[in-house]
Design a protein around this ligand. Structure first.
Ligand code: NAD
Length: 332
C-alpha cells in the first residue's frame, strides 16, 4: 500500500523502514495532518498519523476525496479522530492498542520521583558547584496513599509499581476490573479517592465524560499539598484551575506529560521562538511543576511495537484479514 505519514520524526522513519517487510511504500511528511495538509495524500491509499494530528470532519472529507480508505494511528488513543465522519465517508481506522504500557507507567513514576526528591533541581545545582541540600526535602513514598484513576493496561501496571514502594493504592474506574478487585485492588468513589490520596495519577482515556475531570471542584475535595500526575491526555485537567490550585498551595506538585493545547507545542524545538501560549508559560514558572513533552511512550521497545503493529494493521486491511485493532469494532 502507499501510505502518507504525518507528523513524522526521525525515529518514526527509522523504525518503520527497518520493519517494512511487506513492500509498503511510505511518503513521510513532517507536517501534521489537518484540513490544510490533507491534500498531500494524493496518490496514497492510507494515512498514518499520531496523537496531535487533527482528523475532523473537514479533513476526513478531503481524505475521502483523495481516495484514502484507511487511517492507521501510531497510538492507542483516538480522541483526535471524528469517528462519525469516518463512518460517513467510509474510512476504516486502526490503532495500536498497547505498545508498551510499562513505558508510560514507568514515566508516571519518574515524574513522581523527580517532583518528590527534586532531582531536576539537584542536577542543576551540582553542575554549578552548589552542593547545598536546602529546599530539597522530599517525603517517603512508603505508606502514602496513591489514587489511580483508570485501571486499564497502564493504570494496573502503575498500581503494581507503586505497591512495590509500599504505598496504599486506591482506585477509581468507570468499569472496575473484577480481576483486579479479586486480587485486592480497592476501588472507591471518585470523591473518596480525592479526599484520601497523597498522590493522584490519571490513566483513563479522554472522553466527553472525562474532559476536565480535574477542575476547581475536584481540587476542592483533595488534600492540601496533593501531587497530581497526568500521563494520559491533557484535557483531563482544567489547566487554568490547576494554576489557581498551585497558587493557593492546594496542589503541591504537578507532573504532566500531556497538556490541553499540546498540539501547538509538543514534539517541536521552539527554543528560538517566543512561546505563544501564556498558560503553559505560567505553568513553567512553578518550581513544583514538571512538564515533559508527551514522552511517556518513548522507549525503544514501544517504538518497535508501534511500527510492527501498524504495519500489521495495514497488511491485514490490504488482505481483508480480520483484525482486533479496528477502532470501529470497539464498544465505546
Ligand atoms: P486502557 O483502555 O487499557 O485503560 C483505560 C481505563 O480507563 C479502563 O480501565 C477504562 O475502564 C477506564 N475508564 C474509561 N472511562 C473512564 C472514566 N470515565 N473514568 C475512569 N476510568 C475510565 O488504556 P491504557 O492503555 O491504560 O491507556 C490509558 C491512557 O493513557 C490512554 O487513553 C491514553 O490517553 C494515554 N496514553 C498516554 C501515552 C503517553 O505517551 N503519555 C501513551 C499511551 C497512552
Amino acid at each position: 500500500m502507499k501510505i502518507a505519514f504525518y507528523s513524522t520524526k526521525s525515529y518514526d522513519k527509522e523504525y518503520f523502514e527497518k520493519n517494512n517487510k511487506f513492500g509498503h511504500e511510505f511518503t513521510f511528511f513532517e507536517a501534521p495532518l489537518n484540513k490544510n495538509t490533507a491534500n498531500l495524500t494524493v496518490g496514497n491509499n492510507a494515512v498514518c498519523v499520531f496523537v496531535n494530528d487533527k482528523l475532523d470532519e473537514e479533513t476526513i472529507s478531503k481524505l475521502s476525496e483523495n481516495n484514502i480508505k484507511l487511517i492507521v494511528l501510531r497510538c492507542a488513543g483516538f480522541n483526535n479522530v471524528d469517528l462519525k465522519a469516518t463512518e460517513k465517508f467510509g474510512l476504516k481506522v486502526y490503532r495500536v492498542p498497547a505498545y508498551s504500557p510499562h513505558a508510560v507507567a514507568e514515566h508516571a513514576v519518574a515524574l513522581i520521583l523527580t517532583l518528590n526528591r527534586k532531582v531536576h533541581k539537584a542536577y542543576n545545582r551540582i553542575r554549578e558547584g552548589n552542593f547545598s541540600l536546602e529546599k530539597l526535602t522530599g517525603f517517603d513514598l512508603y505508606q502514602k496513599t496513591v489514587g489511580v484513576i483508570g485501571t486499564g493496561k497502564i493504570g494496573s501496571i502503575f498500581c503494581d509499581i507503586m505497591r512495590g514502594f509500599g504505598c496504599k493504592i486506591i482506585a477509581y474506574d468507570a468499569f472496575p476490573s473484577p480481576t483486579l478487585s479479586s486480587q485486592g485492588l480497592n476501588y472507591v468513589s471518585l470523591d473518596t479517592l480525592y479526599e484520601n490520596s497523597d498522590i493522584i495519577s490519571l490513566h483513563c482515556p479522554l472522553t466527553p465524560e472525562t474532559h476536565h475531570l480535574i477542575n476547581s471542584d475536584s481540587f476542592e475535595k483533595m488534600k492540601k499539598g496533593v501531587m497530581l500526575i497526568n500521563t494520559s491526555r491533557g484535557a483531563l485537567i482544567h489547566t487554568k484551575d490547576a494554576i489557581i490550585a498551585l497558587k493557593h498551595g492546594k496542589l503541591g506538585y504537578l507532573g504532566i506529560d500531556v497538556y490541553e493545547q499540546e498540539e501547538k507545542l509538543f514534539f517541536n524545538d521552539l527554543s528560538e521562538i517566543i512561546i505563544p501560549d501564556d498558560v503553559i508559560s505560567r505553568l513553567m514558572t512553578f518550581p513544583n511543576v514538571i512538564i515533559t513533552s508527551h514522552q511517556g511512550f518513548f522507549t525503544k521497545e514501544a517504538l518497535e511495537q508501534i511500527a510492527l503493529t501498524t504495519l500489521k494493521n495495514l497488511t491485514d486491511f490490504e488482505n481483508s484479514v480480520e483484525n482486533e485493532n479496528l477502532v470501529q469494532n470497539l464498544k465505546i
